[in-house]
Design a protein around this ligand. Structure first.
Ligand code: F0G
Length: 482
């Protein structure tokens, strides 16, 4: 965000765009919110947005498009094969990400499907700075396992470490020694590591990872879904890159990887995804899977309108005023909550503000899903829909026991250019009230549990009548306020 100083207001983010299309929101009364969260099985994924006021579930596929993106959608070339829209996207990928070959896919996890089917086999080990839910599922689906090689300070929730997303280089060496390079089809680096709070890695770290990959002849794969924001934080936090442009930083990071994939629902504020590389051999290995799973090679299951928006959105990633908007709102939210004593992940990352639900709800045992309970409680008292990122989002071991998450997090995503500062302040206000009343929040238990990615559609119930009691306390404090 441009450096704009206020005369009397102190440090505050400022929107450098104007709103020209709006969508009416509904803040339904708290008694309806109680019914809605019960109907949704205490799982915020299952809420209907007619019952949601501020949708902070995700920043995926819900970002505001620019006027230029919407305009570009009108010139979409509807063709099954050889669409000009695809060639415009290919050019944008080459210009912004520096990769010549592009395989379009309908979203990020489809890229993971194609990559994992091609390179992962039974017994494969995938070292990564941290897993993402869908990546882990695809690696496991193909018989592989993930080894998380985060450094010792990555999971210290309250910290001033600028690059918690860095990979531990010694652990990477040890992992390769232990499993043998032949069993490691690739090393995966995830930009702005999602599940540990949208925390970036440094270019120095990625160069070191590349060095180890080169030493052992292992491919380096970059998950670039949150690359724009990682690049922005490199510019802000990494001394050696402070004077560089977004374009230079982005290219530097993608140049270090053999294969780059992304969810365009985040990167480029559109909908779709892609896999790109400069290596023809890698491209050729994956090419046949696109028509099989996605669509013809020049649309990959994406609408051509979205392809046009994606191309423009990729160029806009280079615009610092665009890319800084969400991180600066997140910083404002995190810093305000932190100052008020609410346990949040620091330093502020990207994608969203993350509350440390394990500390917020220290009285709820991890087997009763404190982050899931906090998500339900926050929805009840505010209509704000956040996302559980804790043990509900985890898996069960072979004995059917929960694999307890490293951290119980509640994520309040801040989609790009969607919310105003007063809406952010409303969310902060309700979190502060909830924090003062946190002892009233109780646990959850599963009533329905799908075998894979259970957090999406799983159903839970409260372990006591705590939701009703919380509603009564809200009424007492706020009277007839919604
Ligand atoms: N990689 C990362 C780092 C992601 O954050 C996501 C999606 C994906 C891959 C998969 O992409 O959704 O397009 O299939 N993250 C979303 C989120 C779902 O809410 O954080 P997708």
């Amino acid at each position: 965000m441009a450096n704009i100083k206020f005369y009397k207001q102190g440090e505050m983010p400022l929107e450098l765009h104007k709103v020209r299309v709006v969508q009416k929101l509904h803040l339904v009364p708290i008694n309806r919110r109680l019914e809605a969260i019960e109907e949704a099985g205490f799982n915020t994924f299952r809420l209907n947005t007619k019952d949601v006021f501020l949708d902070m579930l995700t920043d995926s596929g819900v970002n505001a498009m620019s006027d230029n993106q919407v305009a570009a959608m009108f010139q979409a070339d509807d063709a099954y094969a050889g669409s000009q829209s695809f060639f415009r996207l290919q050019k944008a990928v080459e210009d912004v990400l520096g990769k010549k070959f592009l395989l379009p896919v309908h979203q990020g996890r489809a890229a993971e499907n194609v990559i994992c089917r091609t390179f992962v086999k039974k017994g494969s080990v995938i070292p990564t700075n941290y897993h993402f839910t869908t990546t882990l599922a695809h690696v496991m689906e193909n018989g592989g396992v993930i080894e998380e090689l985060y450094h010792d300070r990555a999971l210290v929730l309250h910290s001033d470490h600028p690059f918690k997303g860095n990979m531990d280089i010694d652990k990477l060496e040890a992992c390769i020694q232990k499993h043998g390079a032949e069993n490691i089809p690739f090393v995966r680096m995830e930009a702005s590591t999602n599940l540990i709070g949208g925390q970036p890695f440094s270019i120095r770290n990625m160069m070191d990872v590349r060095g180890v990959c080169d030493k052992y002849g292992i491919m380096l794969v970059l998950d670039a879904s949150l690359l724009g924001e990682n690049a922005y934080l490199v510019m802000k936090r990494e001394e050696a890159w402070k004077e560089n442009s977004m374009a230079d930083i982005l290219k530097m990071m993608t140049n270090l990887a053999d294969l780059v994939y992304f969810s365009a629902r985040k990167l480029s504020s559109s909908r779709g995804g892609g896999i790109c590389t400069n290596r023809r051999d890698l491209y050729m290995k994956m090419e046949a899977l696109i028509p099989l799973f996605e669509g013809f090679l020049t649309y990959g299951g994406i609408s051509v309108r979205e392809i046009e928006a994606m191309a423009v959105g990729l160029y806009e990633t280079l615009d610092e005023t665009m890319i800084s908007q969400s991180p600066s709102f997140i910083k404002y939210m995190v810093d305000t909550l932190d100052k008020a004593g609410v346990p949040v992940i620091t330093p502020a990352g990207v994608l969203g503000a993350h509350i440390d639900a394990g500390t917020f709800c220290a009285h709820i045992p991890q087997c009763e899903y404190p982050a899931g309970a906090l998500a339900a409680a926050l929805y009840l008292v505010s209509g704000v829909r956040a996302m559980e990122r804790g043990t509900v989002s985890s898996i069960r071991d072979e004995n059917g026991n929960d694999v307890l998450a490293d951290a119980e997090l509640l994520r309040l995503a801040i989609p790009r250019r969607v919310f105003t500062l007063s809406q952010i302040n409303y969310a902060i206000d309700r979190i502060l009230w909830l924090y003062d009343n946190r002892e009233m929040i109780g646990g959850l238990r599963f009533t329905y549990e799908p075998p894979v990615l259970r957090f999406f559609m799983g159903g839970l119930e409260a372990t006591s009548d705590w939701p009703e009691r919380l509603v009564a306390k809200f009424r007492k404090d706020f009277g007839d306020s919604l």
